[in-house]
Each structure stands twice: as C-alpha cells, then as structure tokens.
Ligand binder design. Structure first.
Ligand code: ZN
Length: 268
C-alpha cells in the first residue's frame, strides 16, 4: 500500500474518532440538559400548585363575605317582618329569608371545599418540592461527573486533532483538499474500505478493473458511485491481500485461515 493511501486511511480513522468524540460530548451535554429540564418542569409544577393554593385561600374571603351578607339580609328581613301588614308581604319576606339561609349553607359547603382543595394543592406542592430537591442534588452530582467526562473527552480530542492536523499536512495539498471536501460532502466518511468488491461507503459494487487496482493499493482509487477514496484490506471473507504493507506493519503474516492460501500472489 502506498504511503499516501496509508496516510489517508489513518487520517480517516482520526477524523472518525474526532466525530465520535464530538458525539459523545454532545450526548453527555444533551442528557444533562434533558435532566435539568425535567427538574425545572417539576419545580414549575410545584410553583403552580402553590399559586393555586394562594388563589383558593383568597377566594375564601369572597365566599365568606357573601355568607355574611346573607346573614345581614336575614336580620334585616326579620326586622321588616314585624312591620309588615299583609300576608302577601309576609310571605315574600319569608321567602327571602329562606333564600338567604340556603345561600349561607351553600357558602359553608363552598368554604369547606375550597379549604380541602387548597390543602390538597399545598400537599401536592410539598411532594413535588421534596422530589425536585432530591433530583437537584442528584443533578449536581451528575453535573460534576459529566464535566469530568467532557474534560477527558476534550483532552483526547485535542490530542487527536493535533495528530490529525499533522497527518493532513503531510499529504500533498491537492490530496488533502480533496479528502477534506469529501469528508464534508460525504458526512464524515471520505476513505472507505472495499469489501467483497463492494464500496463500504455507498454499498455499490465496484467495477472489477477498479477493484483490482484498489487491491494493488498503489494508486489512490475512488468509488465511481460516491467518489470516496477506496482501499482494500483482506478480511476472512476474502482471499488474503496480495500487496504487503510496510515491514513494520506486516500484520498480515498472521493470517492463518484456510481460505487465505497464498494462491493469489500477483504482487506488483
Ligand atoms: Zn462508494
């Protein structure tokens, strides 16, 4: 395999790792934000329960006033009763008194209901507050862990980024530009393996002639369908690679499965 192709493959590996690290950080931040939102929601819920309880308390005053007003009316009608002449007037006053009594009974029931409701709202608020207090504490602990994790990822990212930039600069400029353009256009995947004659970027079959060329690993080949740079490394499903890597990377000596007999020796 050519030096340039090896560099491109290594560069892709680093860029893929960078993308993965970016996703990890984003995932951690998103999870924290989601938790924060959930706690904030619960706290808001508790707040609205408290507000409802206050409203209910205030409505008690209005109900009470209506009851007192009805009681006044009864007293006033009772005084009038002693002055009326006709039974018709008498009947009318009696009816007004009855109505006022009924109103007093209603206000008493309303007061009880309102008190019960206010108490229920307060209880709900207290439960929610207790719950969110626990969650807040947990969230703070998790935030510390998340910050540490993100810091670790960032440190690794800085490292990878430095290696990646160094590697990119070692490439001929045109090649580097081509790679970086592809990386953007092809969603972070510019260099892909060809496996079983199929481009692992777009999963189209690579024409046999191009495949053979890629197998030799000398020239930089591109998939005609997706334009990604393709390379070939033997795997257990395919006969062993015929082009040897540089001696220090000669891992393929280890290939020991029966399928990979060296019957395809057609080195360049
Ligand atoms: Zn392709």
């Amino acid at each position: 395999m050519s030096e340039e192709l090896s560099r491109l493959i290594a560069l892709q590996e680093l860029d893929s790792e960078l993308a993965g690290l970016g996703r990890d950080t984003e995932g951690i931040r998103q999870a924290q934000a989601d938790r924060e939102k959930a706690v904030a929601n619960r706290e808001a819920q508790a707040g609205s329960c408290r507000a409802k309880a206050v409203d209910l308390e205030q409505s008690r005053e209005t109900i009470k006033a209506a009851g007192e007003e009805a009681a006044e009316r009864i007293k006033e009608r009772q005084v009038k009763m002693m002055q009326v002449q006709t039974s018709r007037e008498h009947q009318a006053l009696l009816k007004e008194i009855e109505d006022a009594k009924r109103q007093i009974k209603d206000t008493e029931e309303q007061l009880l209901q309102v008190m019960e409701d206010a108490e229920a709202e307060l209880k709900k608020a207290e439960e929610l507050e207790k719950l969110s207090k626990g969650e807040r504490k947990l969230l703070a602990e998790e935030a510390t862990k998340a910050t540490a994790a993100v810091r670790q990822i960032e440190a690794r990212r800085t490292e990878v980024l430095a290696s990646r930039n160094q590697l990119a600069l070692a490439l001929p400029e045109a090649q580097r530009k081509r790679y970086e353009k592809l990386l953007i256009k092809r969603k972070g995947l510019a260099v892909v393996r060809v496996s079983g004659g199929v481009c692992q970027g777009c999963f189209m079959t690579v024409p046999p002639q191009l495949f053979n060329q890629a197998r030799k690993g000398g020239e930089i080949c591109a998939c005609p369908a997706c334009q990604r740079i393709i390379f070939y490394i033997a795997d257990e499903n395919e006969p062993v690679q015929t082009v040897r890597p540089r001696p220090e990377e000669d891992l393929y000596e280890e290939a020991d499965d029966e399928e990979s007999e060296d019957d395809l020796l057609n080195d360049e």
